[in-house]
Design a protein around this ligand. Structure first.
Ligand SMILES: Cc1cc2nc3c(=O)[nH]c(=O)nc-3n(C[C@H](O)[C@H](O)[C@H](O)COP(=O)(O)OP(=O)(O)OC[C@H]3O[C@@H](n4cnc5c(N)ncnc54)[C@H](O)[C@@H]3O)c2cc1C
Length: 512
């Protein structure tokens, strides 16, 4: 029987996408080659946007025991332990969640797996490898193999969330641009003694003799990442005795700590030129690979899943045509490339193994720090590439802010209180007669809502100044928000709003 969607790969990206499609009633089969959850050390940190995404699944990173947040600054220090850089990782991001959370990737995958498994619309086939793919006008055939037998599955769409060595990407003949960038690092996941003093909690040691990352690894765990020096053999350094020798100066020995996982990874920078071909799409590491210095690889992949889910759901519902996948590619590719470059830039600073170059870097960064009076830096909001948003309006193409609100007697963050989807928000302005009949119909087709937001008496009562501040910064009274929480437009008047919404509707190509 034909499915709505087959997803190849039950990593975090494939599982999130399966949940976001499955919970709207779409039939989804996830095909995963490993019988169990992949247990090697990988992601430990996620940003505020991912916490916002997980909250839509009922995972609250502020209270769920699988996550932690240290409410501390993030330091980069030189070999003499002087500050080179200070980053604000203790504040709330404008989207309402903390800037950074820590977790253990297999535990996150287990959380996602349990949510997916509870959906009657989603089935996960573990121990099956996708080996052949062909598509025609109405669907895609995927051959899968478990080592003993092979089967052919058919679906309207196939998504390759099958990681860096993606079979789907290669079967589609999609071209990968390899930026020729690589560094080898030894990654150690540790369970230190309960009274281990980790202060600062999160920092980089920019010592040219051994660039090192020292960070939390999720509750009860710590992560050490040691750069493999150009003179070293990566197989040799991966041996447990080498790992323990590197950990000794940090007070960890086999007697007081457990080496949970160790692996040498080659950090690379790659991206795929096109992310879809007819009825097949790729997402996550299959589409982009970045060194983990910014902790953004998985985050970028989870954004892909959200961006793809609202489009695939609308295509499968018959609201939008398959052409909408073009904007998935154009929006997400530019966003992911920003993070690839950003991660490379961080790596260029961190991975200096030459003493003279390190001394130049230290002098430059310390001077910068003095000039700004040791003020911590904050992250920027990154814009999507061109797509379903109005380039000429402030804040558009960026993640929307989120404040605390009261709606229908419930109080809390906007997303959990009001919900998610297409929304037109009128800040402290009436909504009567705001939309033309045609625009009201378009919003209805999208399953969207028109809401006033402001003091008591509005549809949604604001409980903090997040929205008033945002509207003041953007000089706007109206905002169009998309199902992935990105801003499609902000507008200063009803006429301006109407023009923006016309652009959005036209770009979406809503089917009649
Ligand atoms: C050392 C390290 C540290 C990192 N730290 C961070 C961090 O702190 N924060 C962050 O955001 N990111 C981080 N990342 C990146 C993050 O781990 C990845 O971006 C993320 O795992 C990608 O998820 P994915 O679902 O796209 O792919 P994967 O997790 O690779 O999952 C793909 C799945 O597809 C399956 N598969 C592959 N081929 C087939 C096939 N033919 N048939 C069936 N199944 C198949 C695989 O078995 C796998 O389970 C780090 C990565 C590394 C290596």
């Amino acid at each position: 029987m034909s499915q709505d969607t087959i997803i190849v790969g039950a990593g975090p990206v494939g599982l999130l996408l399966a949940i976001l499609l499955g919970r709207t009633g779409k039939s989804v089969t996830v095909v995963e080659k490993w019988p169990e959850i992949y247990d090697r050390p990988r992601a430990v940190t996620m940003d505020a946007e991912v916490a916002r995404i997980l909250a839509t699944l009922g995972i609250d990173c502020d209270t769920d025991p699988a996550f932690e947040n240290h409410k501390e600054l993030y330091y980069w220090k030189n070999a003499d332990l002087e500050d080179l850089q200070i980053v604000d990782w203790k504040s709330l991001a404008p989207c309402g969640w903390h800037v950074t959370y820590w977790f253990n990737q297999p535990e996150l995958e287990e959380r996602l797996m349990n949510i997916a498994a509870a959906l009657p619309t989603v089935s996960v086939l573990r121990g099956w490898t996708a080996t052949e793919l062909s598509q025609d006008e109405s669907g895609v055939d995927l051959v899968i193999d478990d080592g003993d037998a092979s089967r052919t599955l058919r679906a309207q769409f196939v998504v390759g969330a099958d990681g860096a060595n993606s079979f789907v990407r290669d079967a589609l003949g999609l071209n990968v641009i390899d930026e020729g960038y690589f560094f080898d690092w030894l990654i150690l996941d540790m369970v230190p003694p309960a009274d281990y003093n980790a202060s600062p909690a999160q920092w980089q040691l920019c010592d040219p003799k051994r660039p090192t990352t020292i960070v939390p690894g999720g509750p009860g765990r710590r992560r050490w990442e040691f750069m493999v020096l150009p003179s070293e053999d990566k197989d040799e350094i991966a041996k447990p005795e080498s790992a323990w020798a590197l950990l000794k100066p940090w007070g960890l020995t086999p007697d007081n700590a457990r080496l949970e996982r160790s692996a040498v990874y080659r950090f690379q920078a790659r991206w795929t030129e096109h992310w879809h071909k007819e009825r097949c799409v790729i997402a996550g590491d299959a589409a982009h690979l970045m060194p983990p210095f910014a902790g953004e690889g998985m985050c970028a992949g989870l954004r892909d899943a959200v961006a793809l889910s609202w489009r695939l759901n609308a295509i499968l519902d018959g609201t939008l045509g398959a052409d909408i996948l073009q904007s998935y590619e154009s929006e997400r590719i530019a966003h992911a490339k920003h993070y690839i470059q950003f991660s490379r830039d961080l790596g260029d600073i961190i991975c200096i193994a030459d003493a003279e170059k390190a001394a130049e870097r230290d002098a430059r960064m310390m001077a910068d720090l003095v000039e700004r009076n040791h003020e911590p830096i904050t992250g920027d909001l990154v814009k999507l590439g061109a797509g379903i948003w109005c380039e000429d309006t402030a804040s558009a193409g960026e993640l929307s802010p989120q404040g605390l609100v009261k709606f229908e007697k419930r109080e809390g963050r906007f997303d959990q209180t009001v919900g998610q989807g297409w929304m037109i928000l009128a800040l402290d302005h009436p909504t009567e007669d705001l939309l033309s009949p045609a625009h009201s119909r378009a919003l209805e087709k999208l399953g969207g809502r028109l809401l006033s937001l402001g003091p008591s008496g509005c549809d949604v009562e604001t409980l903090d100044d997040s929205y008033t501040k945002w509207m003041a910064e953007t000089a706007a009274h109206y905002a169009i928000i998309r199902p992935d929480f990105y801003v499609a437009a902000t507008a200063s008047s009803p006429e301006h709003l109407a023009a923006c919404f016309s652009t959005v509707v036209e770009r979406l190509g809503i089917l009649s």
